[in-house]
Design a protein around this ligand. Structure first.
Ligand SMILES: [Zn+2]
Length: 345
């Protein structure tokens, strides 16, 4: 399958990461995309090509204009205020009993308004990298809409924690949701987003929660214990036209293949029952036992099985690069999953 990759992700280099109460070397950095690129190249997954430039307009199929405008200028506004010597971080989080109808004026206020956590720094190159990552996802969706069975968007940063008007969890633009919208715009009646990243994808769930044409299903660390904490529970099943089109399967810390495999079968059965015309996979190999920030126990040998099980759905599939913070798990796990898909079972 084609691999859509741009080195523009190298512009997004956070200086530090708040992990277990300490400012540490970032878990999320350019090494992640480099490791995946190395792995898929070594495994001969397919030809690498650059994304098309779609500009900014397609972002508005998912995001608010106010959010896109904010993100495009956030670094410049931050640098104008503080000189640009440090990454831009928010100071506060809006709570449910506060004003959400007023967008603050200062950059500190807007960073706080448009974010969900403090773990996603905005750097000089964040907008450039995020836009290129969105273009990778859109290009992959176009390839699949044009008739190719699958394409892999090797973008960075990822997308499944970004919402209509907020960034979070190392994610700035909702690239999986953009791909789903593009497939629909190109004629797919129904699309399923399958999220196999370790974390719940609060972004796509929220974006499509009241929609009957996009299914969102996810297996992830139980939000009672794990980020993003406030969404991803089993009783979230969609609302209105979207009732029944969301499926969350939270699993406890320490989950290995024994518990993961039946959850995957259940998720795939739900996708089959939904009857989509195309798939978007929110990938992630942060389910690997060596992942430094996650708590599942999968091994490399399990990833081809996930890929093969997805292939058995027999649907056009857009793969979107996601989480995974161990270099070797990325280098070996991503091509393993894609190889399993291409080989089928
Ligand atoms: Zn993740």
């Amino acid at each position: 399958m084609r691999i859509i990759y741009s080195d523009a992700h190298e512009a997004h280099v956070p200086r530090f990461d708040l992990i277990d109460g300490e400012l540490r070397e970032p878990a999320e950095g350019p090494f992640r995309a480099h490791a995946v690129l190395q792995g898929v190249t070594e495994a001969g997954i397919g030809a690498v090509e650059a994304p098309r430039d779609f500009g900014v307009e397609p972002l508005l199929s998912v995001h608010s204009r106010a959010y896109v405008d904010f993100l495009a200028s956030a670094w410049d506004d931050w640098a104008a205020a503080y000189g640009g010597g440090a990454d831009a971080l928010p100071l506060a989080r809006v709570q449910h009993d506060m004003r959400r109808d007023r967008i603050p004026r200062s950059i500190d206020g807007r960073l706080s308004y448009f974010s969900f956590d403090i773990g996603s720094p905005i750097t000089p190159g964040t907008w450039t990298a995020a836009l290129a990552s969105a273009h990778c996802a859109l290009t992959a969706a176009e390839r699949v809409a044009d008739g190719e069975r699958a394409a892999f968007a090797l973008g960075r940063p990822g997308g499944h924690h970004a919402g209509v008007d907020y960034y979070a969890g190392y994610c700035y633009l909702a690239i999986e949701s953009l791909a789903a919208e593009r497939l629909i715009a190109r004629g797919a009646g129904r699309v399923a987003i399958l999220d196999v990243d370790y974390h719940h994808g609060n972004g796509p769930q929220s974006i499509f929660y009241r929609r009957g044409d996009v299914f969102y299903g996810s297996i992830h660390g139980d939000p009672a214990d794990e980020y993003p904490f406030f969404t991803g529970y089993a009783d979230e099943t969609g609302e209105g036209a979207g009732e029944g089109a969301t499926l969350n399967i939270p699993l406890p810390f320490g989950t290995g293949w024994d518990a993961y495999e039946p959850a995957l079968r259940r998720l795939l059965a739900a996708v089959r029952a939904f009857g989509p015309d195309a798939l978007v996979i929110a990938m992630g190999v942060d389910t690997h036992k060596d992942d430094p920030i996650s708590r599942f126990r999968l091994e490399i040998d399990h990833y081809p099985r996930i890929g093969a099980a997805i292939a058995n759905l027999g649907l056009p599939t857009v793969w979107i690069n996601g989480g995974g913070y161990d270099r070797e798990a990325l280098r070996r796990g991503v091509p393993a999953m894609l190889s399993g898909f291409e080989g089928g079972l």
